[in-house]
Design a protein around this ligand. Sequence first.
Ligand code: AMP
Length: 419
Amino acid sequence: MPFSKLGLSDPLLRAIADAGYTSPSPIQSQAIPAVLQGHDLLAAAQTGTGKTAGFTLPLLHRLSQQSFSANRPIRVLILTPTRELAAQVGESVNKYGAHLHPRLKTEVVFGGVKINPQMMRLRGGVDVLVATPGRLLDLASQNAVKLDKVETLVLDEADRMLDMGFIRDIRKIIALLPKKRQNLLFSATFSEEIRKLTTGLLVNPVKIEVAPRNTAAETVEQIAYLCNKADKSALLCHLVKSNDWQQVLVFTSTKHGANRLTEKLNKVDIKAAAIHGNKSQGARTSALSGFKSGEIRVLVATDVAARGIDIALLPHVVNFELPRAPADYVHRIGRTGRAGEEGQAISLVSHDELSALRVIEKLTGKPIRREQVAGFEASATAPAVVPEAPRTPPPGRRPQQARKPSGASGHRPRSGNHA
Ligand code: AMP
């Protein structure tokens, strides 16, 4: 079904055309009519499925059909786990609402930055508020935000919010909302905790499930370049230059590793920037926007920092080191090959990582092609060239972990990405 048949107004259809979307993604064709009709929604969908437009478009449609009251109370509240995701959702709301008349007012609030400017911006009234839970509660406790006119609550990446310990904050926020409202919940996984939350929250929800990324990784070409650890930086520089890659997201396992690699890339004139937890919000935002605009060619990120980053149709993702948790591999490569486009996921694998590579293959059920690059071969004496199937799981990696659904990240540390 084309976008034009989903019941969205012309200004929204124009914004969709501006974005270059030709047809709705599966989640959009199911979510848009349901949200337009005012139903609650329970959607199993990860980043990359087009979920943001799936809830933003119909909510903007509904808001723009109503008249404005003078003080512009918050009518749509969107909660997200991280500031990056909050900022991106805010951008989407503005992008899709660009042709609406009158323009809707959107604000984004998150922790880690000064609260006063946010209070000032909220004073004039906003229609749509995108927030991380901690900062929203801070604002509410200082009477800087009123939530008693909220008509729709969206919980985006609900599983991550629970992973990050936000359940009590979410419950406190819900207590501040009118009893009668529309609720939309998006989550990649459905743990017992999520089920508990949805039971009290959603009323006869429309249930939507789209293929999890574990299986959607079909469109991603996966290659492991076997090499020596010491050659990884040089190999990455070689790959970027010889293939003329213009936009590469590289994952490293540590913040220091990310900084070191960034320096090395910049030294050989490959414009690179790092994002990780030690970087200021300003530095992260500018690195991300530089990367999106093409000014920065290589973005080096740690897993935590990269969560929720939305970069459309990223052609190349590189694992400079394999992730410690195999499910993170699926998350990482989920950043390429979006919306049915082809993508390439490259892993630089030294011999000590071969067993981790096998655990990942078990999880995804797909063999990863092993190759070597001339001049950067794994040295003949290292076991990297003739990989042996490990009889026992590698130390510290329990086999059950490999079977965890993606996103079931109870093992992750509580992130500091919020207030
Ligand atoms: P999301 O899952 O909301 O993070 O969206 C993932 C990416 O897909 C975003 O970069 C969107 O711009 C893009 N996208 C969303 N809807 C469509 C569509 N119908 N066709 C093509 N790309 C889309």
